[in-house]
Design a protein around this ligand. Structure first.
Ligand code: ZN
Length: 206
């Protein structure tokens, strides 16, 4: 069991991050969900249906990597997508899922992925040290069958690469990082890339 203080610290970080993401308009109308790894076997995750701009400590709960919780609270319906990431990579310490307009529009413009090449901002992602790099952002079809979707994401990561994020069509964005600040940097960089995609393809006028 994770200690109460580690859950409290994680809840405070999640609440602070949530306010910042909500202010950017990326998690409207109680959408999105956020999590932080507490230890090898447990994570803290937002409770289902919470307003992400006004998260309190009570809006975050702990669950183990099998998805079980001692709490009576209900975590997001999409908890399985967080678990898939924490299970596959012990280096993942935080996961953010958002529902921005740009992520949703971009997810409907391409068949299976967005590709970004030669941009200085790619250096915002862990492991990328030069603008002479590429980042692929896969797009998966939306479904309410989260178990099937998480299996599809895992299969893609095994056959391709883990990458730094993915889109769900007509739905939103997932990204992750070693810490919440790394994860937030990835989220901001991905949102920049999505806006760049819409402008550079003439979908949106700057
Ligand atoms: Zn969602």
């Amino acid at each position: 069991m994770p200690s109460k203080s580690s859950l409290q610290r994680a809840a405070a970080t999640i609440a602070q991050t949530g306010r910042s993401i909500y202010a950017k308009g990326w998690v409207p109308a109680t959408s999105g969900n956020f999590s932080i790894r507490l230890d090898d076997d447990n994570l803290a995750i937002t409770v289902s249906g919470t307003d992400k701009g006004r998260l309190s400590e009570a809006d975050t709960m702990s669950i183990n990597l099998d998805g079980h919780s001692a709490s009576a609270k209900k975590s997001s319906a999409e908890t399985g997508l967080h678990l898939q990431l924490y299970r596959r990579d012990p280096g993942i310490g935080a996961v953010l899922h958002t529902h921005s307009v740009n992520a949703t529009v971009c997810s409907q413009l391409v068949a299976d992925k967005l590709q970004f090449d030669g941009l200085e901002l790619l250096k915002a992602f862990d492991g990328i040290t030069s603008h002479e790099s590429s980042l692929s952002l896969p797009v998966f079809d939306n479904t309410q069958d989260i178990e099937a979707l998480s299996a599809q994401v895992e299969q893609h990561m095994q056959s391709s690469s883990q990458g730094h994020g993915y889109l769900i069509r007509g739905h939103g964005l997932y990204t992750w990082g070693a810490t919440m600040s790394d994860c937030m940097r990835h989220l901001e960089a991905l949102e920049y890339l999505l806006e760049y995609y819409l402008i550079s393809n003439g979908v949106v006028k700057p």
